[in-house]
Design a protein around this ligand. Structure first.
Ligand code: ADP
Length: 211
């Protein structure tokens, strides 16, 4: 059972690494960005509220985002651990998540922060805009999202740093390079319980004991 947060600037490849980590630990991956986009697509009540914020590259108000996350974490598939991708992004969301978890006797195990140079990120997002035709990937909106990330999320990572559960991983290079780095960082940060995951049936007993 493991509870992980994945934090990183727009374009750092959070979605890809989220899928990788969720698979590695057999946990559900919950992306607030994906949930919002899905709701906008289906024009639900939530989607109609979120739409203008997404299109402007602004955060959806905490009150809306928090309640959505509370509901999602209450679902059965999140009871055996989870990875939250893109939440919390504000100190208000950090406090809210603390309360939700405390009220159900849960604790975070790890906060993983993907890092990358701003210029590299902007280039990646402009490329993705062409490929995926996302309405929040125009040059102006990208600049907004980047500034917002650094202003709002830096205090969030500092908070988790103070708690001693923050691990930073460089998000540059190929997807498999980053996944390998993420995997090593997780093994080190989570200690022996996760290292056992690396022990496959074919490995000798001595080797397993050394881990
Ligand atoms: P990115 O990290 O590339 O900005 P996401 O898919 O994580 O992309 O988020 C897309 C948009 O969804 C954000 O720009 C914001 O409008 C909204 N959003 C996602 N997560 C949150 C959050 N935790 N709080 C407020 N708004 C959010």
């Amino acid at each position: 059972m493991i509870r992980i947060l994945l934090i990183g600037p727009p374009g750092a490849g959070k979605g890809t690494q989220a899928t990788y980590i969720a698979k590695k630990f057999g946990i559900v991956s919950i992306s607030t960005g994906d949930i919002f986009r899905e709701n906008v697509k289906n024009q639900t009540r939530l989607g109609r509220i979120a739409e203008s914020y997404l299109d402007a590259g602004q955060f959806v108000p905490d009150s809306v985002t928090n309640e959505m996350v509370r509901g999602r974490l209450g679902q059965n598939d999140a009871h055996n651990g989870f990875l939250l991708d893109g939440y919390p992004r504000t100190l208000g969301q950090v406090d809210f998540l603390d309360e939700v978890l405390a009220s159900t006797g849960q604790e975070l195990d790890l906060v993983l922060q993907l890092t990358a140079e701003t210029e590299e990120l902007v280039q990646r997002l402009l490329l993705r805009a062409k490929l995926e035709n996302r309405s929040d990937d125009t040059a102006e909106v990208i600049r907004n999202r980047m500034a917002l990330y650094f202003n709002e999320t830096t205090p969030v990572t500092s908070r988790y740093g103070e708690r001693g559960i923050l691990t930073k991983v460089e998000g540059v290079g190929s997807i498999s390079d980053v996944s390998a780095r993420v995997s090593t960082a997780l093994d080190i940060a989570l200690g022996s319980s996760s290292r056992h995951i690396a022990v496959s049936a074919g490995d000798s007993f001595e080797w397993a004991l050394q881990l």
